[in-house]
Design a protein around this ligand. Structure first.
Ligand SMILES: [Zn+2]
Length: 252
């Protein structure tokens, strides 16, 4: 017996074609009750334990971080600034050890860990969590660096608003694209529009904070390109015929 639609050979008792899902019906043959030769539901192929893998990855991260801190502190951070001559002066010994560079490296490792590994622990909202962690941990890390280097003068007027603004746009876009698929084009179009304005503000901010004067050189060129992209996206979102012709043009 063969499928009337795709012609594949069918075994006895099959009621639906396994290829094209056409119903098998023959007026003279009564279908037999035979167990199907292939499983009706797809088999679960996930055999590795995700949480086990994440636990090992986390352990590797923290052991490496600890190793770096100790290596910096005990081997390279030794500096005998406090001379120990008498036995009672031994309490000064720990002051001879200090951290030189490892806190920067460990901080960067924590940013990577928070951005890539932490969201994997959760079953849902991976992309939203990932974006929140990238921007959140970056702000904390840069805050830490500015605290050590007394860089408040660039952190508060420049780094915090820049990363904060980009983070908010990115997270809002991801949430809208994920949960309101009908508004994807509008959302990405508005995001491009905001970023095109942001680029000019960014250049003004850089020149103001680091050079002390207000002027723009390169940002309008970037902004024009981003603005054009946003106009195309918004046209696509609001004019269905324009969207259809673009789809044909780019074979989408
Ligand atoms: Zn068929």
């Amino acid at each position: 017996m063969y499928c009337i639609k795709c012609g594949v050979e069918l075994s006895k008792g099959q009621t639906i074609c396994p290829i094209c899902e056409t119903k098998v019906y023959h007026p003279d043959i009564e279908p037999e009750e035979v167990a199907p030769k292939y499983p009706l539901k797809p088999l679960k192929t996930e055999i590795t334990s995700k949480h086990g893998f994440l636990a090992i990855l986390s352990a590797c991260f923290f052991i490496t971080a600890l190793f770096l801190l100790l290596a910096d502190l005990l081997i390279l951070g030794w500096e005998s600034s406090h001379q120990i001559n008498e036995w009672w002066e031994w309490w000064l010994a720990p002051l001879n050890y200090h951290i030189e560079w490892s806190h920067y490296l460990v901080g960067a490792m924590l940013v990577i860990y928070a951005s890539l590994v932490v969201p994997s622990w959760f079953k849902k909202f991976y992309s939203v969590l990932c974006a929140s962690m990238v921007f959140g941990s970056s702000i904390i890390y840069i805050l830490f660096i500015s605290w050590i280097t007394e860089g408040w003068w660039w952190f508060l007027p420049f780094a915090l608003p820049t990363i904060g603004f980009l983070g908010l746009i990115t997270i809002a876009s991801i949430i809208i694209c994920e949960f309101l698929p009908g508004y994807r084009l509008v959302c990405i179009g508005i995001a491009f529009l905001l970023v095109s304005g942001f680029v000019i503000a960014l250049e003004i901010l850089i020149n103001l904070v680091f050079k002390g004067s207000i002027y723009v050189i390169w940002s309008p060129f970037v902004a024009v390109v981003l603005f054009a992209v946003s106009v195309i996206l918004l046209c696509c979102a609001f004019i269905p015929s324009f969207r259809a012709s673009l789809k044909k043009l780019f074979f989408l």
